[in-house]
Design a protein around this ligand. Structure first.
Ligand code: HPA
Length: 234
């Protein structure tokens, strides 16, 4: 057991899909994994291990924001020897070319958080995806016919932020979307030399007046989960 995960070592696969919402972890386990077994319910942060196309895979919620995902990713990597971590989440588009329901693969993540600066005050250390996972996810997603964008994202500390206008300006420099976890996940992966990638479905746009129905949202989330799982086992 670790502090926040109630599983004996060995109950978690070395490949994991990480949605923010623990109920989405349950949904993925019940709809995509064969023989899913619950390994964690501390704080209702559900985690399951099963198989996907015969390969052992886990899925677990992380909560929202960099402090929360940092706790779970740290424990998964250092206490459970997880080697491949793929986040599946939502993001707000910062670009007029990136529409709701489309997929963004975070090649890199800028951040307003201090977590990296605290350790590396003299540096602007880019937080980047694992290239092997990024390359695989890109081709899997394209082959599935999903509209896929690759590029920089912003990992913000605040959802309700006074930096709204500046965030929009970042969009004019090619930053595709804003979310709240990727930079922390990439930093921990770099620190511990494991592989990480963040996939995000655009749930809302900060620059266009776009909406999406619940069914449409479900469908695109489902595509993203499949891209994530296929990438984990590729
Ligand atoms: N901001 C931050 N995180 C998000 C957003 C947003 O607009 N949409 C989905 N996740």
């Amino acid at each position: 057991m670790s502090i926040h995960i109630a599983a004996p070592k060995g109950d978690i696969a070395d490949k994991i899909l990480l949605p923010g919402d623990p109920l989405r972890a349950k949904f993925i386990a019940e709809n995509f994994l064969e023989n899913p077994v619950l390994f964690n319910d501390i704080r209702n942060m559900f985690g399951y291990t099963g198989t996907y196309k015969g390969e052992r895979v886990s899925v677990m919620g992380t909560g929202m924001g960099m402090p929360s995902i940092s706790i779970y990713a740290h424990e998964l990597i250092t206490e459970y020897d997880v080697k491949k971590l793929i986040r599946v989440g939502t993001a707000g588009s910062l670009s007029k070319d990136v529409h709701v329901r489309e997929l963004v693969l975070a090649q890199a993540a800028a951040t307003t958080s201090r977590i990296i600066k605290n350790d590396w005050p003299e540096y602007d250390l880019p937080q980047i995806a694992d290239f092997d996972l990024l390359d695989k996810a890109y081709h899997i997603s394209k082959d599935m016919g999903v509209i896929t964008h690759v590029g920089n994202v912003l990992s913000a500390d605040l959802f309700y932020s006074d930096l709204f206008d500046k965030n929009i300006k970042l969009g004019t420099m090619g930053v595709k979307a804003v979310e709240m976890e990727a930079a922390a996940l990439y930093y921990l992966a770099a620190k511990h030399q494991v592989q990480a990638l963040s996939l995000m479905t655009i749930s809302d746009s900060l620059v266009l007046d776009e909406d999406t129905t619940t069914e449409e949202r479900e469908k695109t989330f489902t595509d993203m989960m499949r891209v994530g799982l296929e990438t984990l086992i590729a």
